[in-house]
Design a protein. Structure first.
Length: 94
């Protein structure tokens, strides 16, 4: 079941002055309310190892039709390319 996307007006943009622990608690609370079972947060630095692995698989033709990832590996491995200025990546699993 897909996780509902909150309406942009209901999602308050964090202020830079927010305490990271407080911000994480807010994210965890919102995730729990959305039925998220597990949550991870990391920095938004490029995923160099993942990019290398994608390129190796791509060069061998083993992408099995996963064109979104394999057509443009940087899109999947450089978070700031999707959202310039991003400092963190939040991943939720249901």
């Amino acid at each position: 079941m897909p996780v509902p996307t909150p309406h942009p007006a209901r999602v308050a943009a964090p202020r830079r002055a927010d305490d990271p622990r407080r911000l994480r608690a807010r994210v965890e609370s919102a995730a729990a309310a959305a039925g998220i079972d597990a949550l991870g947060v990391t920095d938004a630095t490029p995923l160099a190892e993942a990019a290398d692995a994608i390129e190796r698989v791509k060069s061998r033709g083993l992408h099995a039709g996963m064109h979104f990832t394999f057509t443009d590996p940087q899109r999947s491995t450089q978070p700031t390319r999707i959202l310039p200025g991003a400092r963190s990546v939040v991943v939720g699993v249901r």
